[in-house]
Design a protein around this ligand. Structure first.
Ligand SMILES: Nc1nc2c(c(=O)[nH]1)N[C@H]1C(S)=C(S)[C@@H](COP(=O)(O)O)O[C@H]1N2
Ligand SMILES: [Mo]
Length: 225
């Protein structure tokens, strides 16, 4: 059996593990709003996204809480393609991009360094295991970044912020303590910025079943697939 990254355990299937799914908007062409260090804002409608060169990827998915779903088959567009063909030509003169923020319809946000975002295996995915992505796993479009903890793989993607410096983190002591690692690389066990990974493994493990159960229930609401 192939080895898993440190502190991870294999889980059956692919649990839903997130906030309640946002309502699916029927009859509108969803748009990814690209904002930030650009000459002007760029809107990327999914109808245009659908014309970009496609990419397939089979990868494991690692949640920071310690579960790993194996051999998921994703289809979509490499983020590097979106960056090279849509974002780079729109950059403000002299802007040197250092970070992006993935923004989601449910209000979820995650910060990534540009180097991690343009890695070869980072996808904006609209299909999973041969089917259109369901709302439980991030319809209509989600980020998939297999080398990083799942919290980077933002579901229901609706915006990308383009930054020339690292955006400020969440305020509040507890949140700051548990703030995500700036690289979040699974094989380096970069779970958090401040708290060592071993300190949380047990605590996290205890949260997996309750969160998965809650997520499964809230994910069925408004599920389109
Ligand atoms: N929009 C959004 N994306 C999200 C989350 C979320 O709550 N909302 N949770 C993150 C976390 S912590 C994980 S582990 C994965 C879980 O993806 P899944 O629900 O498809 O298993 O989604 C990530 N992306
Ligand atoms: Mo997670």
């Amino acid at each position: 059996m192939p080895q898993l990254p440190p502190g991870q355990r294999r889980i059956e299937g692919f649990p839903r593990f997130s906030r309640p799914a946002p309502a699916v908007q029927v009859g509108v062409d969803p748009v990814i709003k690209i904002r930030g260090a650009l000459t002007e804002p760029v809107d990327l409608p999914l109808t245009r996204f659908a014309t970009l060169p496609r990419r397939e990827l089979t990868a494991d998915f690692h949640c920071v809480a310690g579960w790993t779903a194996t051999d998921l088959h994703w289809e979509g567009v490499a983020f590097e393609t979106v960056h090279r063909t849509i974002i780079e030509p729109a950059l403000a003169p002299g802007a040197v991009v250092t970070h992006l923020v993935w923004c989601a319809l449910d209000g979820y946000r995650s910060v990534v360094s540009i180097d991690d975002a343009v890695a070869d295996d980072v996808l904006l995915a609209d299909r999973l295991d041969g089917r259109p992505l369901g709302s439980e796993h991030g319809a209509p479009l989600r980020v998939v970044s297999p080398q990083q903890y799942g919290y980077v793989s933002t579901k229901h993607l609706c915006g990308i912020e383009v930054h020339t410096a690292e955006p400020k983190g969440t305020p509040g002591v507890v949140m700051r303590l548990l703030s995500p690692h700036p690289r979040a690389r699974v094989w380096h066990e970069e779970r958090h910025r401040h708290v060592p990974s071993w300190a949380l493994r047990r605590v996290y493990r205890a949260t997996i079943s309750p969160i998965a159960a809650f997520s499964a229930r809230s994910g069925r609401r408004g599920d389109a697939s």
